[in-house]
Structure formats: structure tokens, C-alpha cells
Design a binder for this molecule. Structure first.
Ligand SMILES: *[C@@H]1O[C@H](CO)[C@@H](O)[C@H](O)[C@H]1NC(C)=O
Ligand SMILES: *[C@@H]1O[C@H](CO)[C@@H](O)[C@H](O)[C@H]1NC(C)=O
Ligand SMILES: *[C@@H]1O[C@H](CO)[C@@H](O)[C@H](O)[C@H]1NC(C)=O
Ligand SMILES: *[C@@H]1O[C@H](CO)[C@@H](O)[C@H](O)[C@H]1NC(C)=O
Ligand SMILES: *[C@@H]1O[C@H](CO)[C@@H](O)[C@H](O)[C@H]1NC(C)=O
Ligand SMILES: *[C@@H]1O[C@H](CO)[C@@H](O)[C@H](O)[C@H]1NC(C)=O
Ligand SMILES: *[C@@H]1O[C@H](CO)[C@@H](O)[C@H](O)[C@H]1NC(C)=O
Length: 443
């Protein structure tokens, strides 16, 4: 711990400064949200999350599909996205649906609020709790990012929040966390055994000297860090004090640059799109590694990528493009990612803490074919990261061969290859720069 603190000194200083400046007044952490519909593990000891990435919904029936085979163009519209979502919900019966941004393609939407209503309609009518974050296209109309998020939180059955109560100085809209409690009647019934974090990864850089996509800001990282610390403290206290933190899963839209550092000969899924991260590294990956509870990260944004791969102890995953009005690849099925967390059986025959986290994807073909089943994390027994069961042949025509993960990115990520030194240097430089900006802003 000591050594880690030293190498991350600049970031530590930044974080400390930001804490002091932004959170002198108390920041309410999730445990105080009493009106939130409770998420908890059921009698089967499982909790299942459906991730829906990049629906790009616009006007419904009159909005055509993009990048489908010529023979599929006629009669293909946003309604195909709706149909796919309905099928996924029926097939998987998830406990939570998470929309990871570009929910609507607001540029093509006549009325953003109506597009949002229609995009989320299958989730709303299913009665299943759902949560959403923003992408870089949700605000491209009369509704601002704040306006979009404020509309989303009025919709039925959503657990989305504009931002946590009391966190006025937080950048972005749609930063919040959800707790998933242990089995009712077990020793873990009042503990969050699985933590879900949602962040706004922004849209585009607002800094003149830096072009390209936005990034997760220091204020958001400080909120994340504080929330993680609080949750870990609660989990590791009586009753049933645990020795390790409860696993955390993090959902946002734009991949952090470390997605390009996943070992190119050991990942599951495909990278046919490059990694469209911001051009700078704001340090959020390092913040997650340092927090210690995050096991996997789930983004969207690059519709033709659907891989999961591990980097320094965290699984970095794409959802895979879902929406028919989003760019895609003709003949390569739209898809969605499912994550299932499973509890350990206790000696008394009840349910204890988490045992494993698995994932797979489903394709929007006639059978909703399941592909790429893999274990993302497990407590002890199972080998982590290895594909479970045979990788299927239905992957589509253009699965990339291992080794190409780091090949030409759409936007030049600051770090390519596994040159950790270079990566951490640019991280520190940028973090130092942001730190200085904060200091200038507040003193
Ligand atoms: C879109 O939906 C229509 C109507 O259900 C269907 O006939 C068509 O096959 C779908 N297109 C695709 C590409 O899934
Ligand atoms: C929201 O759900 C409640 C309870 O199911 C229902 O009475 C209400 O009509 C719904 N509101 C909308 C806008 O769908
Ligand atoms: C959980 O909280 C409820 C209500 O405060 C309490 O009755 C119950 O005993 C608690 N369960 C455990 C395992 O601590
Ligand atoms: C892993 O399992 C052990 C034994 O049941 C338990 O004490 C520990 O808390 C578990 N770890 C996590 C992170 O749940
Ligand atoms: C990447 O994965 C391959 C195959 O699993 C392994 O042999 C190699 O050591 C890994 N490289 C790094 C840098 O971890
Ligand atoms: C769907 O399943 C049926 C029956 O197993 C099979 O004949 C068909 O080829 C499958 N379709 C696809 C697209 O995999
Ligand atoms: C591949 O990566 C996983 C983590 O995703 C790791 O557990 C496993 O050891 C790696 N395999 C090899 C051969 O390096």
C-alpha cells in the first residue's frame, strides 16, 4: 500500500486537494438513499445484469437502420432495436438493465424526450429496474446533458440518478452507485455484496488544446473513491465482517485508454473498431485499480468491439453495438452483454458473499445465440478469465485474430502496446496538469 501511494503521489495530492475543496461539506453516500427500490440477490443466489450499449434511438418507425445487408434494409428501423430489447428481456429475465449511453441519437431525433421514452419503453414496461448513463450523442438536440438525465430519472422503474444527493460540485450528469444486497434472511441481508458504479464519461473535450472525446474528471474520481471507501468500510465491519471488499462493477460510455493495453493474445471477443478513448488519460483506471474493489468495467461507444480482457487485475469489457440506427457492420449481428453474479452457499445452506461473476453475449439472430461465455472474477476456485465452453462459430465473418487488439486505433490513444512506463508517465503528466487546473480554479 505504501509503495502504491508513493508512485501515485501526484494523483494522491490531486485527490486530497479535491476532497478538501469539494467535500468539506458532507457528501451523502448511497446508504442514505432510503427511497431507492432495493436490489438484492434472490433465492437462486444470482443477480443478472443486461447491458445495452448504443441504441442510437431516434424517431422509431421512420428512422432507418444503418449497416445491415441490402436485403435487410426494407422495413428495418428503430423498431428492430425495440424488438431486440424485448426479446433479450424475455430470454434472460435480468434483475437489472443497464444502458451504457448513446441511448438516443439525438441529432436525428425530432423530440429527444419522446425518443428517450421510446428507447427505454421495453425496460419500463417489463417492470425490471433499470439504470442509464449518457454517451456522447444523447444531448445533440434541444435537451442538454442535464436535461436528458433529468428526463430519464422521471421514467418508471429507473434507478438512475442525475447525481448523488449533496454532490453539487460533481462534473457531469448521471454519476451514482447502486448496492446489491445479500440474500434476505442470510447474514448478508443488510450488506451490499455487489456494488455498481455509474459515471458520466462526457462527450467531447472542452479544453481548447485537446481535441477528441471527453473524460472522467477528477471530481468524479474523488466521488468514486469516497463511495468505494465507504462501501468497503461497511462491508468489512460487523456483522459478517469480510476481509476483502465486495466486488464492484463500473459502467460508463467512453472506454478509458487502458482498453488498448489489454493483452492482445489473451482476450475474449473482437476488436474491429480500434479503441476510441479520449486523447488524454485522466487517471480513472488507476483510481479504480487503487480503490481495490473493481473487478470489471463495461463501456460501449465502439460498436464493433465486444471483447473482455484483463489488465492489471480489472476486466475491461465492451457491450457490443445494440442499436440498428447505430453504425455497425452488415452481416455482423447486433448484440448485448449479460453479467451474472453468483453467491457462495454457506455451511448452513443459506447464501453468503459473492462467489463468481460470469458474462456472455447474445446475438440478435433467430436463436438469440449465446457466445463468449467467460468467468470475469471468482473467489478462489474457478480459473478466472478463461473462456467457459466452446467459443462459437456464429461470431460472424470478421472476428479479429488475436494480436490485432492494439492495431490502428480510430483515435490515436496516448498509449499503445504494453509499455507500462510510457503509460504511467503520460497519466502522471496529465493528472498533474488537471491538478494544477483545479488548484488554479479554487485558490
Ligand atoms: C426488422 O424487423 C422486421 C419486422 O419485424 C423484420 O422483418 C426484419 O427481419 C428485421 N430486420 C433485421 C435486420 O433484424
Ligand atoms: C408508472 O408505474 C405506475 C405503477 O406501475 C403506474 O401506475 C403509472 O401509470 C406508470 N406511469 C407511467 C408514466 O407509465
Ligand atoms: C438487518 O436489518 C434488519 C432491520 O434493521 C434487522 O432486523 C436484521 O436483524 C438485520 N439482519 C442482520 C443479519 O443483521
Ligand atoms: C471469498 O470467500 C471467503 C470464504 O468464504 C470469504 O471469507 C471472503 O469474504 C470472500 N471474498 C469476497 C471478496 O467476497
Ligand atoms: C499475454 O497472453 C499470452 C497468452 O495468454 C501470454 O503468454 C503472455 O505472457 C501475456 N503477456 C503479458 C504481457 O502478460
Ligand atoms: C437456430 O437454431 C436452429 C435449430 O437448432 C438451427 O437450425 C438454425 O441454424 C439456428 N440459426 C442460427 C442463425 O444460428
Ligand atoms: C489470460 O488472462 C486471464 C485473465 O483474463 C488470466 O487469468 C490468465 O492467466 C491469462 N492466461 C494466460 C495464458 O496468460
Amino acid at each position: 500500500m505504501e509503495e502504491k501511494k508513493k508512485t501515485l503521489g501526484v494523483q494522491g495530492l490531486l485527490a486530497t486537494t479535491a476532497v478538501a475543496v469539494l467535500w468539506l461539506s458532507s457528501l451523502a453516500v448511497s446508504t442514505e438513499q432510503t427511497n431507492q427500490k432495493e436490489l438484492r440477490f434472490g433465492v437462486k443466489g444470482e443477480f443478472k445484469i443486461l447491458q445495452v450499449a448504443d441504441m442510437h434511438y431516434a424517431d422509431g418507425k421512420t428512422t432507418p437502420c444503418k449497416d445491415v445487408l441490402p436485403s435487410q434494409m426494407a422495413g428495418c428501423s428503430d423498431l428492430n432495436t425495440t424488438a431486440f430489447l424485448n426479446r433479450m428481456i424475455l430470454a434472460e429475465k435480468p434483475d437489472l438493465i443497464v444502458f451504457t449511453g448513446d441511448n438516443i441519437y439525438a441529432h436525428d431525433a425530432t423530440d429527444a424526450a419522446s425518443s428517450l421514452d421510446a428507447a427505454f419503453a421495453p425496460a419500463i414496461s417489463s417492470g425490471i429496474p433499470w439504470a442509464a448513463v449518457l454517451g456522447n450523442h444523447d444531448q445533440e438536440s434541444a435537451l442538454s446533458r442535464e436535461g436528458v438525465m433529468k428526463h430519464i430519472v422521471t421514467l418508471n422503474n429507473t434507478l438512475s440518478q442525475v447525481n448523488p444527493p449533496g454532490a453539487d460540485a460533481l462534473d457531469g450528469f448521471g454519476n451514482y452507485n447502486l448496492e446489491v444486497h445479500g440474500f434476505e434472511g442470510s447474514g448478508f441481508e443488510n450488506k451490499s455484496v455487489l456494488n455498481l458504479y455509474f459515471l458520466d464519461s462526457g462527450d467531447y473535450s472542452t479544453v481548447h488544446a485537446i481535441s477528441g472525446y471527453g473524460w472522467i474528471k477528477p471530481s468524479q474520481q474523488v466521488w468514486f473513491e469516497r463511495t468505494s471507501v465507504e462501501l468497503q468500510r461497511a462491508y468489512m465491519s460487523e456483522p459478517e465482517a469480510q476481509e476483502a471488499p465486495a466486488p464492484g462493477l463500473v459502467y460508463f460510455h467512453i472506454p478509458v485508454p487502458e482498453y488498448a493495453s489489454v493483452n492482445s493474445s489473451n482476450y475474449t471477443g473482437v476488436n474491429q473498431d480500434g479503441i476510441s478513448s479520449p486523447r488524454v488519460n485522466s487517471g480513472f483506471f488507476t483510481t479504480m485499480v487503487e480503490a481495490g474493489d473493481v473487478k470489471a468495467v463495461f463501456t460501449g461507444h465502439d460498436h464493433l468491439n465486444d471483447f473482455c480482457g484483463e489488465y492489471t487485475g480489472i476486466q475491461l469489457c465492451y457491450g457490443g453495438g445494440f442499436g440498428y440506427h447505430a453504425y455497425g457492420k452488415a452481416g455482423w449481428s447486433r448484440r448485448a452483454r449479460v453479467v451474472v453474479a453468483t453467491l457462495q452457499k454457506t455451511d448452513e445452506g443459506s447464501w453468503g458473499p459473492l462467489m463468481s461473476i460470469k458474462t456472455w453475449k447474445r446475438l440478435d439472430d433467430e436463436n438469440l445465440t449465446t457466445i463468449d461465455v467467460q468467468v470475469l472474477w471468482s473467489n478462489g476456485t474457478t480459473e478466472v478469465g478463461s473462456p467457459v465452453g466452446a467459443p462459437t462459430a456464429s461470431e460472424g465473418p470478421s472476428g479479429m485474430t488475436p494480436g490485432s487488439l492494439l492495431s490502428p486505433a480510430v483515435s490515436p490513444a496516448p498509449m499503445t502496446g504494453n509499455t507500462g512506463d510510457c503509460a504511467s508517465r503520460s497519466t502522471l503528466l496529465l493528472v498533474a496538469g488537471l491538478g494544477a487546473t483545479i488548484l488554479r480554479a479554487f485558490f
